[in-house]
Design a protein around this ligand. Sequence first.
Ligand code: ASP
Length: 600
Amino acid sequence: MLKTHMCGNLDSSSINKDVTLAGWVSRRRDHGGLTFIDLRDSSGIIQIVLRNEELNISADNISRIRNEWVIIVHGTIMIRQKGTENKKMKTGLIELIAKEITISNKSNTPPFPINEDIDIDELNRMKYRYLDLRRSKMLNNLKLRHNVTHFIRNFLSSKEFIEIETPILNVATPEGARDYLVPSRVHPGKFYALPQSPQQWKQLLMVGGFEKYFQIARCFRDEDLRSDRQPEFTQLDIEMSFVEQEDILMLIEELFTKMIDKLTPRFSIPKKFPSITYNECIEKYGTDKPDLRFGIEIHDLKKIFLNTEIIIFKKMIDDKKRIRAINIPNGSTLSKKQIKKYNEIAIKYGSKGVASISLDHQIDINNPSMDQVDSLLKQFLSQNELENLIQEMKSEAGDLILISADEVSVTSNILSEIRVLSAELMNLIDYDKLSFCFVTEFPMFEFNKLEDRWTAMHHLFTMPFEEDIHLIDNDPGQVRSHAYDIVCNGQEVGSGSIRIHQADLFLKVLKRLDIDEKIAYEQFEHMIQAFSYGAPPHGGIAPGIDRLVAILAKESDIREVIAFPKTKTAADILTGAPSFVDQKYLDELQLSINEDERQS
Ligand code: ASP
């Protein structure tokens, strides 16, 4: 090694030791004859003191050293003089008095500062990602990511799981997201698909007799990108045989609680992750990804407005639509502008707006006076309705009730978004809380209006509830499944299910999905066959590593925890991928592309 120690690992126990350190110049300060350098390596930063007259290189050469130059320094660790200590630095009590310095490499002036935590243009960060990675934030995020995967590997190994790699070149499948396709040279005209997840492989491993499998698996989906999506991402893929839903959920709960306790103890997490059914979740929070760091639940108001004079509500009840509301504690303090935002949300989802009922801070909640209510509905709202409403919503003086009346899905979209926005506005969110929960009993099928057919809500290997199987043909919307999600702070962190392991049930589900038997055999013969050779009951889950690490690192964009992510247009501007390739490679693949494309 060109160095004896790492900069950040040294402390007072090394005083008077002779060491050799190597790294990058993070900062340099000249004090006439005396130069200070903050030397950075992957472990941290230490102050180097260069006394011109005591060194092997000239003062002139020292003055030429710039930030990001690579140097190797030999010298003695000393305690800093009283008053010059830096409490903000881990090594702030000591410094290296240099005796010998070697300049190993120079550096151009970086396009952005490495040593400051400032906002940097995104494209520049991506183009010079190797410099961006030198910044302490990125270093810490990737160290955390390593610690997470390391913990997972140890935890699951200790429970007798084994890690098995599965193929990257796969057969294309009809369901799910769009595949990334890879043309085959030896089979002209045919394509491999990159795995959207190792779903089928892990199930085949269960048929293969491995009862506990995991993999830190790279997955690929050709979807439109958002802040929490990348074309390639990483999952902790898990599958187990002879299990029930509860076994998988308990495993994940134990893994997550122990991991967070060890790696990021500053977060508070529930000891037991609550389980909420999908239907209950939609009723209470309007979403299957509820943020449980705060209360504010949705209430149904139909019974309160059954005989109302408020025409719009009356019409909703007659049309079998819903009247639902949330109560925002102390929300009467919100400005008109903020309330306008709520209406914009409602309009975005195709509704006319939300009705607001603001309760004065002086109102007697047990005997409310209409005079202390501010609302456009006021002249039609009866005293009885007001009292029932306050009781139902458990409102206090000063609260704001927001009502959305429309189709159930529209009210869900509106109120779930307003719920989160209000919690932010009213400072109800504790950002050191990780409110994990499991969402269970997802519907097996959902109707896809665009394709005019039923599709699998999780995926087509999901096991329906035994007692709902008879509904598959005639009432698919009512079929519940053994699919579950793990959700944290309003984000889906992973999903999984107990799987179908019998061929006849699988074929029945495929039929419901309008995949006819011929196509079913073409696409899934291997699975149908495998299920016919003593497939054990099995199930699994796949938490997303990128999202999990982002949450633990308090990052809102998963690219902050991926070393070399793609841009929002799925491009890699550092290397230029995707790129055109030479015609000779296309010829080998017997592919041709539209020349206009090449020129654009
Ligand atoms: N393969 C599924 C997915 O990627 C997860 C699972 O069911 O285990 O969403």
